[in-house]
Design a protein around this ligand. Structure first.
Ligand code: FES
Ligand code: FES
Length: 177
């Protein structure tokens, strides 16, 4: 199978039943993406496919041939950090760090959903072109990413600073890329 991962063309000979998560970790040595529950309940395995966030443990790798996959390793150039990664450091958005790659990829996917006006369970105006990242929106939209260390206060602060009202829309759009 052939994949585009973090802008690189990669090929792997794997069993057709291999999950995208196992492909990344076990066959391509991209171990930044974490395996928590392996059943879609914790969000540790979140990656971006064509900018959309998905749980890679629930996806078969074969489904994503030819799609553009981004993992935590591909969010910024080597030696630099994505603005959201910097914010996680600044706000102590982690303790053990196991959930962090999934939190960060998920938040970037979430910011893109807000920009495109995709409503959540708590969105009041279902016709808005873009949706503001309120505290309720953030908590609802990130509810699929569990942090067993309970670093939620720092996580919320980091995401709010990067994608919230204090960021301009253009900045938020740029950071969601
Ligand atoms: Fe995929 Fe938990 S490892 S959701
Ligand atoms: Fe340890 Fe979130 S920082 S699970």
């Amino acid at each position: 199978m052939r994949f585009t991962i973090n802008g690189r063309q990669l090929a792997a000979e794997v069993d057709i039943r291999t999950s995208l998560l196992d492909l990344l970790r076990d066959h391509l040595d991209l171990t930044g993406t974490k395996k928590g529950c392996n059943q879609g309940a914790c969000g540790a395995c979140t990656v971006l496919v064509d900018g959309e966030r998905i749980n890679s443990c629930l996806a078969l790798a074969v489904q994503y041939e030819g799609r553009s996959i981004t993992t935590i390793e591909g969010l910024s150039a080597p030696g630099s950090l994505h603005p959201l990664q910097e914010a996680f450091v600044a706000h102590d958005g982690f303790q053990c760090g196991y959930c962090t790659p999934g939190q960060i990829c998920s938040a970037i996917g979430m910011a893109s959903e807000l920009e495109r006006g995709i409503p959540s369970h708590v969105t009041e105006d279902l016709h808005a072109e873009t949706i503001e990242l309120t505290s309720d929106e953030l908590r609802e939209r990130m509810s699929g990413n569990i942090c067993r260390c309970g670093a939620y206060n720092g996580i919320v602060d980091a995401i709010s600073e990067t994608f919230g009202a204090r960021s301009t829309k253009a900045e938020a759009r740029e950071r969601a890329k």
